[in-house]
Write a protein of this length. Structure first.
Length: 308
């Protein structure tokens, strides 16, 4: 098969590209820069130049291939304060893919997140996004991302093999520059490896190569309207993460009062105290997927997050 992938040169996307090619597929990757195009070519993928704003170009790429994995997101504007703008661009891209693939029974696999559903117990694949009352307007990026996931699932009724893969807050591994790397940078800058409150709140986690393998399985064979969880560990206490950081950076480990979380952790302070465990039993049984790479604490303890 020949698949079109957005975000193909990114952290997870590049691993998906390599695994799909290893599985005998051809890959066309979206590239918005010369550097991304060069990276994709080096991996053996064909290049489709453009961006998430080139909706007709995205649609044409979808129509001319055997399915789509949509991983791109405007993280640059999302984390600079315009999450709603990033989520709006994402929604328009998904709508363009849906229209292009309608009636084809081709797969459309999108990335979503495990947070924002329930707190204090593991979210399952059967937990859905809370629907907005009819006629109300979207006012936040997370709300719109949840709506987009539900919209994607609804495309199954229009002849699209639509699948949502929910990712945990951390897809860890060597080279990660996401949330965990940000926490390391904050600990290094402040001289404190911090956690919020008693640090018992949990984040689910997965190794990047395990989540990439699930995306490959999803585009190859997931049933229409499937919600899958790329979750290797149900919940890792943030206190345990802080302790490993403190050991490797040789800084004290300390509780941060919830009222001071945003001052200490900056924009990440809104998330680092959340208790958002997530289960993946249904995904493992349905897709015969079993994570095989090391967990978050073991990965941290290898030291690559602290090099340099």
């Amino acid at each position: 098969m020949r698949y079109f992938i957005t975000g193909a040169s990114g952290w997870i996307g590049s691993a998906v590209v390599e695994q799909l090619i290893d599985n005998g597929h051809e890959v066309v990757g979206l590239a918005r820069s010369r550097a991304s195009a060069q990276k994709l070519s080096t991996m053996g993928a064909d290049v489709h130049e453009g961006s998430l704003d080139d909706l007709e170009s995205l649609a044409e790429a979808a129509r001319s291939t055997d399915g789509v994995i949509h991983l791109a997101f405007k993280h640059d504007i999302a984390f600079s304060g315009d999450f709603l703008g990033a989520a709006t661009a994402d929604r328009r891209a998904v709508e363009a893919f849906g229209e292009a693939l309608e009636g084809s029974e081709k797969p459309l696999v999108i990335a979503s997140g495990t947070t924002g559903y329930v707190l204090g117990r593991p979210i399952t694949e059967h937990d859905g996004h809370e629907a907005r009352p009819s006629g109300t307007e979207v006012t936040s990026g997370p709300q719109l991302r949840g709506d987009t996931a539900e919209f994607t699932l609804s495309l199954a009724s229009r002849g699209v093999r639509s699948v949502v893969v929910r990712l945990p807050p951390t897809n860890h591994g060597k080279g990660d520059n996401g949330f965990i790397a940000t926490l390391v940078a904050i600990a290094r800058a402040t001289g404190v490896a911090g956690y919020v409150g008693d640090g018992s709140n949990r984040w689910p986690a997965v190794h990047r190569l395990d989540s990439a393998r699930l995306f490959c399985l999803a585009v190859e064979s997931a049933p229409p309207a499937s919600t899958l969880h790329a979750v290797g560990e149900e919940g890792v206490p943030l206190r345990d993460v802080a302790h490993v950081m403190g050991q490797h950076l040789n800084v004290p480990v300390s509780s941060i009062d919830p009222a001071d979380a945003e001052e200490h952790f900056s924009w990440l302070g809104r998330f680092v105290g959340l208790d958002v465990p997530a289960a993946s039993a249904f995904t493992r049984e349905l897709m015969h997927w079993e994570p095989t790479h090391e967990g978050l604490i073991t990965d941290l303890d290898q030291g690559h997050y602290f090099a340099g």
